[in-house]
Design a protein around this ligand. Sequence first.
Ligand code: HEM
Length: 420
Amino acid sequence: MTAVGDISRIAIDRRAVISVLRRLRTPEGQADPFPLYQELRAMGDVVPAPWGGYFITGYDVCDQVLRGRNWLVPDFAWQERQQDTERWQAPATREMSLTLSRLNAPVHTSQRRGLGNPFDRSTVAAMRPQIEEHVARLLDALDGELAANGVADFVGIVSEQLPLATIGRWLDIPATDFPHILDFTHRQVHAQELLPTKSELAVSEQATLELRAYFTELVRSRRARPGNDVVSRWIRHWDEQLAGDRHAADQMVYQLVMFVTIASLETTATLLSVMVALLLDEPVRWQWLRHNPGHVDDAIEEALRYDPPIHLNSRVAADDTVLAGVPMARDTTVHVMYGSANHDPRRNPDPDAYDMLRGGTHLTFGGGAHYCLGAALARLEARALLTALLNRFPTLRLASPPSYAPRMVFRRVTSMKVTA
Ligand code: HEM
């Protein structure tokens, strides 16, 4: 392996990096990106991106960036300084730049404080029966489809529906709106990919308009008829914080509710699909877990480690700095590669094996000030689903391997046929 910070070797490897990126975008690369990540890691912990900035491939350096105070998320001000205005000033990109994940201290700190921990132990315990109800209903639908056709698409019937039902109930959104929400969240995400094309940005822009219209109206109607739901609570909180400036409060709540919805849907759906795919890939794993249900949480953590729903996230240098021996100027972008970090053999030996008993570590929910707010909820959904599936479908099998959307950042399983 290249010594960390060996800049001369880094420069030589530019074409090799381009080759890896090209292969990462193919269907084969999407289905199994881990050998390609290994190629990148072999070039070093810090690998120059062809368009500037760096990929951070190793676990410890990724962790250092996520937790480091001298690394910021690329916020609105950073975006405005970029020369590629087509990308960074695109309406869909700008809309996201005002959300929690794109804010830095002190604004980020005050917004996080305002939210508290929305999924603390007691809330999660209170949500569990509802989530188990959703699971039971979705598994009835799966059962019905299997009885009728012999095969069923697990993604469409179960994985995409459970996070939607969960977050929909939490935000008190009518179920009739769910298909629309699912549709625009899938289309919006392009703007957050690594290298969106012009046409992808246009698709995201249209989705952003729909999303803004939908959630603005939701906040308006909740203000008109407040209840005891989370959106009404956020309105009360921000009215107080902003000294009665209702317009500003509504804008704040719109950004929160819109972002939480986007942040929770595809990510959790991907976890649910990937977890089931990894377990069914070797039927012996499914059988072993059925007989050892005390390891359900271990199976979930290992799925989170093995194939994280988000494979990459970016940070920018707050000042001139040196990372793993490589000097970097203020504003330099680094791409933290969660998928590669989790497969770093220095942290998780034999990383490409799915091993429920490894007790490994992962960066799948990020780290530091921006650590995922919904990690406990995602784990709760995965636990409820896996426990019920093992009981109700002891002979579940994969009828076809999962198909993935052609993306590098936000993993999305588009279909996965199962049989029983
Ligand atoms: C398996 C499912 C999920 C995964 C893998 C995931 C992953 C992530 C990651 C990687 C981040 C960025 C962390 C960083 O920048 O260091 C994040 C942030 C966030 N996630 Fe999740 N997430 C999941 C589910 C959820 C759910 C269910 C919710 C809400 C109900 C949620 C809400 C958020 C929010 C609000 C943030 C922004 C936090 C901030 O910037 O302060 N996520 N998530």
